[in-house]
Design a protein around this ligand. Structure first.
Ligand SMILES: [Zn+2]
Ligand SMILES: [Zn+2]
Length: 230
């Protein structure tokens, strides 16, 4: 089941050989506060259309001056945008992403059209190789920072392992990465779903969920590392 009853976000860290933990409960109020403001923050109508809802998250942090601050994140893109004012950015430089992705994406689409009007199987094979190369290059753009002051690309961190599509795009990695980069000490994290129920009916509006195991599981240990000392 994806709706856990545990109240803490836990992740195993290969560096320490132990689990790092971040509580959820103290972030629930900040998350509910965001839920109440969702329509003011975003054009939420897209969350009720064919694209359906998505995960959102808040990270309550202590600043170096001892004040509390709340970071907020949306998973993946919102309305085709990676960056929105007031929300934490993705784990890569968006300009670099577009410079790399957009021309290759065009080529991939052109090969797709070409394949439709041709029986030559080498076109599809070429398209497949191009897609795989693009994913690899995109993964190299992701930079993950932790609370030990370490950084790693997705490719370096998950060497030799398959990387699930969308790894690094969930709320937890965006929030933790931003906090680590900006000298903020995380105190609590909460992730919730907002919008129309997803196709597999595992996510419902207003419900809280722990970080996913397929995409976040392999990277959260690294991202939480050093938290106890920061
Ligand atoms: Zn995830
Ligand atoms: Zn660790």
């Amino acid at each position: 089941m994806l709706q856990h009853h545990s109240t803490a976000q836990e992740a195993y860290c290969t560096h320490c050989g132990s689990a790092h933990t971040l509580p959820r409960e103290p972030a629930i109020a900040a998350a509910k506060d965001l839920m109440a403001r969702m329509d003011l923050e975003l054009a939420t109508d897209t969350l009720y259309g064919d694209a359906r809802g998505k995960m959102f998250g808040v990270l309550v942090c202590r600043t170096p001056h001892g004040k509390l601050t709340t970071l907020k994140a949306f998973s993946g893109q919102f309305n085709g945008q990676w960056e929105l004012q007031g929300w934490v950015p993705p784990l890569f430089n968006v300009k670099d992403f577009h410079a790399l992705n957009d021309p290759v994406e065009k080529q991939i689409k052109a090969l797709g059209r070409e394949a439709e009007s041709s029986s030559d199987p080498s076109i599809l094979e070429k398209r497949r190789q191009l897609s795989r190369k693009l994913m690899k290059d995109i993964h190299a753009l992701y930079r993950l920072h932790n609370f030990r002051g370490q950084q790693s690309s997705l490719a370096e961190l998950l060497q030799g392992r398959g990387i699930a599509t969308g790894t690094g795009d969930c709320c937890a990695p965006k929030l933790l990465n931003f906090a680590a980069q900006n000298n903020l000490h995380p105190l609590a994290i909460a992730e919730f779903y907002w919008g129309k129920t997803n196709r597999s009916a595992t996510r419902h509006e207003g419900n809280f969920y722990l970080a996913c195991t397929d995409k976040c599981g392999p990277i959260l240990g690294f991202l939480l590392c050093g938290l106890e000392k920061s």
